[in-house]
Design a protein around this ligand. Structure first.
Ligand SMILES: *[C@@H]1O[C@H](CO)[C@@H](O)[C@H](O)[C@H]1NC(C)=O
Length: 185
């Protein structure tokens, strides 16, 4: 039985690393802080403003921190989101530290389970880019604006994040190809 050559071991390690880097899943703390899941202080839609500034990809996760005695998170349909209907959610989370993995592309609708909070604006739409969008990188995904109605500004930081991710993936791939060509020659 032949021992594994160090060079092919290195190749496997680098290949795995490049796959991990290019499909790196991210965790997003909803609203950007531990206390963000609450009724927004002004009538502007602050949770959706936060969501619009980010680019979510399949495999990413949303993380919420909140007081489980006072609040919860309901994942609901678009209709229930618009009417703040809490009666029959798709999913309910009330543990105070919730992680929701975004397993498919498209829109996710979240509202607060606390009395009256959704009506006062504690609700959020997260749009996860399709895999095709992720690969092409730069085409902007649909924003909550298109899904719900008039709102504020388009996302800006997202494109640069995607470019950075693409660059990292390209660099890793080039390294792997370089190692491969050495093995072949
Ligand atoms: C809320 O949703 C449930 C089912 O999901 C429905 O039966 C009920 O009529 C809705 N309530 C309102 C006020 O729309």
């Amino acid at each position: 039985m032949a021992a594994t050559k160090p060079s092919s071991l290195l190749f496997v390690v680098l290949l795995s690393a490049s796959i991990l880097i290019s499909s790196e899943a991210r965790e997003f703390l909803v609203g950007g802080s531990d206390s963000a899941w609450k009724v927004p202080p002004t009538t502007t839609d602050s949770l959706n403003q936060w969501a619009e500034k980010n680019r979510f990809q399949v495999g990413d996760s949303l993380v919420w921190k909140y007081d489980a005695a006072k609040d919860s998170i309901l994942q609901v349909t678009r209709e229930a989101y618009l009417s703040c209907n809490r009666s029959n959610p798709l999913a309910e989370h009330k543990d105070g530290a919730t992680v929701v993995e975004l397993r498919r592309s498209g829109a996710y609708y979240f509202i607060s389970g606390a009395d009256g909070a959704c009506e006062e604006g504690q609700k959020m739409i997260v749009v996860v880019m399709s895999e095709r969008h992720s690969l092409r990188g730069l085409a902007p995904g649909p924003s909550p604006v298109e899904l719900e109605g008039p709102s504020i500004a388009p996302a800006t930081g997202a494109a640069s994040r995607t470019v950075a991710a693409l660059k990292t993936g390209v660099v890793a791939t080039v390294v792997v190809l370089a190692v491969m060509s050495r093995l072949i020659v």
